[in-house]
Each structure stands twice: as structure tokens, then as C-alpha cells.
Design a protein around this ligand. Sequence first.
Ligand SMILES: [Zn+2]
Length: 704
Amino acid sequence: MEIDRIGHTRMRFVDDEGGFTTPAIALAILLACSLIFISARGAIIGSRSGQIQYVADAGALAADNIVAEFVTIGQIVDAVLLSMSLLGLSVYAVSAVAAFIPGAQNAAAKIAQAGSKILQARDKFAETATKGLNTAQKALPAICAVRAFEVINANASASGIPYAGAAITSPIMGAEVSLADDSEVEEAAEEIESKHGDIQEKSVQAQDAQNRENDAKHRAWMADCGNAGMSMFERAGHLSDISAANNPHYSSADAWNFSIPLERAEAYYAARYYAEAGSGASGSPDTIAESVARKQFYAYARDEVSQGYVETTDTGAQIPHLVQLARNTEQIRSTSLYTDAIYPISSSNGTRTIHAYAGCPGYSSGSPSGYGSVSEVDSGLVHICEHCRFSATTLGRVPSASTSIDNGFEYYYLAVVEASKDYAQAVEDGEDAKRHLKESRESIGNSLHEALKALAAKRYDPQPPGRYGCICVVIAPNTQLKDTPFIDGSASIPARVAISGATLAADPADDEGNIISDIAQGLVPSENLGSGLLKLVFGAWGSMLKAYTDGTEGIKQGLDKLLGAIPIVGNTLSEQATQNFKNALSDAGLEPADLKSYKPVIVNTSRIIERDGGKAAQIIGHMKQAAAMYSAVSIGDIGALIEDIEAVPEIQELLDEHGLTIAEIPLSDLGVGNGSKKLYLPVPMDISSRLEELHSLLLSTAAE
Ligand SMILES: [Zn+2]
């Protein structure tokens, strides 16, 4: 049946098998019902003059339904553009996350390629949609007129009354469709791609620094207390009476830090200092001199070690600064041990001699001559005593053996100091790399933020012809009623006219978002995607379409889905990047789209005319007056009304058996199949000839 056929073609926006539920379907059913209702009434009611108003209503609704379809298609175009930009942007964000993983640079590049393909497909879709929507807008007055004409004809056939009519869109022109580019998304994508190499390099550096840091810490811990045999811990316990509290043990490096050996060494040298008899020692003068040297060395070591400290940077990293001790006579010469003028000097016959202590027999054999340092021996100012033989060499012997041989405390302390230098360098290198990575992360985060903000602002709001409404004019000539059951054969119905208007009314529908998502997803069929990276990527498209309806939440979910789908094993650096990018995207605050569905409703035509103010509106105004006064309209008015409804030849190249191509996704460009998947506005192939038919029938009926 005629109505069914028309109603059916209308349901299909995509050239797929299987229908999509759209508001337009519900309306088509409604129209079919109202038409049957009219013809049923026509058979039993004597006066059919009232019916013409129903026919005009049905025509106006049918015309306005085309406008509703255009608006729905516009919403789909907007959803596809936004969600593909979001998908491309998010895929690039994931590629950046991968770049933060040492060794994942190739994966990052491949992911970015997938992002690039998506953005290219988005651009192609936008390009075709700009052309398709503009062409459809030009053709919309003709399509609406023909659609109303078909409904009026169907009523004429059903009732036996030769109704003729047409609908006009108000206004007759649409606003030029100019779909925004996604230049900010492209910029963010470019920035991310250009930073891959640098991020990777710094990530490798950071990881290398971390490895060196761990290694140095382990070595230091081993020398301090980790070794099963000798260590600072073990030597301190063995060689001094250090308290257990001052000589702690750590069974692993985890809880250990560089303050431990620092404090241990301080306590050790203090203990050694107090325990060493020095000048009060007993024995031969050179034995006592050795005790004096040891006591001096311990005092020096305690003071030097306590100069060490552990610095905490503003990022919380710890950098040890431990002081290395002189390990032999040569090194003693550059310390205070060499220059401290604290040793007694005797004078005899003009010769000055230095002693380790005042009790030396050599000292008492001369006369006291003040104090001096061992450096004075080297400079020839004083002589070495033949009894105590005290000199820089005596001092140098203290650390010499214990530093070189692994049974000395100094041996292990030196190992800790050397490891601490490696550790400090590694921490500084790591901090440097991390600072660099943080800058990259923040810079990318800002670009993502800006791109999303721009996307949120660049939305397509359909402004087609007929956005104020559609007005349908139906005329019927004076009709003799013949061969009609129950009706007197001589009865006739006078010529009459009806004018009706329909406009789109918002109808908040719960599933409008799902309808749009379903139709959009049909554009990239999952069976085409195979099993590669692109399939994983498009797995998140649904979430991005959800972002169209849910705003920010949808993006977060999409990003999570992408991160979950793409097999990259993260580390701390990439987790930070993930968090950074997620925050950047959610802070940009994408608002959910206005997802009202629109359906035509009958309104008083004056509400449409007063918004329009164009030529057609003036004619309709004139017609309404004439119809009210004479129940007729002039053929001149009819002619003027429809003269601007013209066939639009340029739609021919976009028309096929499915309808008018509004936009296409180039599947072959995506590498997921051949050709393109198209989004259609249902339009009959023979629109031009239908329009001619409309013109001639309407004018001839008006002339009767
Ligand atoms: Zn002496």
C-alpha cells in the first residue's frame, strides 16, 4: 500500500539491512492511521467538506516530518564529527602514554597512526557532510512539497475527491552549513607526535637513572649493614664500644637510607675517640705517638663525617652528600690534621723538634718552644723526634691500612661514600629527566584541554529550511458525488480550501542518544574492522559517542577503554601521564549534547508566518484571508506560492536508490574495507518528475 511504501523508505538512514528505530517511523505509522481514519469517515459522513482540513493537516505533518529527519541527520553528523574527533584525540593521548614507556616507541608510533587515520576519516566525513547537508537544504523545499503532495494524492484516491495541494517550508532557505574544522585537535595531535622521540629518550634516561639509583643504594646498604660478613655495622660493633642504638641493622635496603651510615660513622668515631688513650697511653714513645695519631684521626673523622648530610629536594628525592675521609699520608696533607698546630715543640741548640705529646723523652731533653703542625716537618722548620718519630706519616698510617684492606671500618665507609656519589648523580639525572617529562606531560595535557574545549564549542546546530515550520495548502474543486454508497447521487460539495501548519516540537526522548549512537556506529561496521589495532581503537568509539550524550564521563570511560584495549604495560611515568591527560580532558568540561528529539505538531499557521516574513508567508497570509471570505484561493496565489519550489538538479549526483547521500565514511581510507559507508536522507529518485506533476495538478485544479 502506498502509505506503507513511503513510510518504509523513510526509516532507513543507512544502507544497511535491518531498520533503525527513529522518531520518523513512529510518525509514519501515525500518518497512515490518520489517513485510514479520514477515508473511513468519508464513507459515512454526508458532508465531506470538513475532511479537507484533515488532509491539509496530514500534508503539513508529512512535510514537516522531512524537516524532522533532516534535524535527526544533523544530530547524527554532529555526533559522528564530535565522537571521531574525541576518538582521534584520545588515541593520540594513548600514544603519548605509550611514549612514556621505555621501549614502547614503536607502539606509540603505531597508535598515533591509528589516531591519524581516524582524524582523516573525520575530515573526509566533514567534507562530504558539508556538501551533502547544503545540497539537502537546497532540495528540502521540493522534497517537503512532494512528500505532502503524495499524502494529499493518497487521500484523494481513498476518498474519491480530487484534492490537490502542496506544502512550503518556512523559511524557504536554510542557513549555510559550515562544519567546523578540528584544527585544535590536529594541533594537539601534531604536538604529541613531535614529542614522542623526546619523551621516549627522557623516559629511557629516567629508567636508567632509576636503575643506577637502585644499584647504588644496594651497594651502599651492603657496605653499611647488608653484607653477611664484614660491614660498617659489623666493624663498628667489633672495633668500638658503640651502643646498639647507635649501630642499627637493616635486613633490606628498602627501609634503609643514607642517614643510617652517616649517623653510624659519627657515633663510631666518637666512640673510638673517647676510647683512644692518646697521650695518656702507655708503652714506648712511638707506640704512644701512634695512639695520639689515632685519637687525632678519630676527632678529625668525627668532625668530617658530621659535615655530611642528606638533602631532600622539593620533589621529595633524597640526595646524600657524604664526606670522604683522607685515606693515606698524601691525602692527610690536605686536611686539618696536617696543619693543626697542636703538637709540642722543643728547642735545643737552635734546633726545633716536634713531638706527638709533651711526655716524650725527646721533648723534656730540650726547652719548650710552643706548638707546631706536622706540615712544618715537610717545610723543614722543625725536625722529627728520634723517640716518638711523630710526623704526617704517623697520622697517615692510621687510615691507610684500614681503608685499603677489607677488615677496616674505613674500607666500608669509603664504599658507602663512593656509592652515595653514584646514587646522588643518578637521582639528579633522574630528577632532570622527570622534570623534562613533567613539562611534556603538562604541555600535552594543555593541548588536549584546549582541543577539547574547542570541540565543545564547535558544534553543528541544524538550521534547515522549514525550521519555523511547514504550511500545507489543499484545494478541492466543486465535486459531484456519484456512485457513492449511502449518498444522494445529485449531491455536490462546493469548492473549498484548507491551510494547515506544522512545526517541530521538542520531545525529550530517553533513547534519542542511543538511536543516534546506533546509526552512527552502523557507519563503521565492526565486522569490517578485523582484529588489528583499529578494531581495538574503534571498540572505544561507542564510549566516545556516549560522550556525546553524557559529556565528560563518556570521555573518561573511552580513554579507559582505549588504555585497557591497547596492550601496553605501563610504569609510574605512564600512569602519571594517564592521570594528567584524563584530568586535562575532564577539566575541559564537555557538556552533553542537546538530545531532544523533534516531531511535527499542528500549529496555527500564523505562528509560522509571523516568524518568517518572506514572500511565501505573505502569500499564505493573503490566501488565508481569501479562504476565510470566499472559501477559495486565487490561481495567482497558488502559482506564486509554488513558483519558488524548484527541482534542484545538483542533487542528482548524490541520489541513489537509498536516497540522498548526506555524508560518507571512507572505509578504504581507514583500511577496513572497500568504498564508503554512507548516511542517507530518504528522497525518492524521481523527485523532479514528481515536482512537475505537483505543479501541473495543482494549477489545473486551481483553475477548475
Ligand atoms: Zn718526641
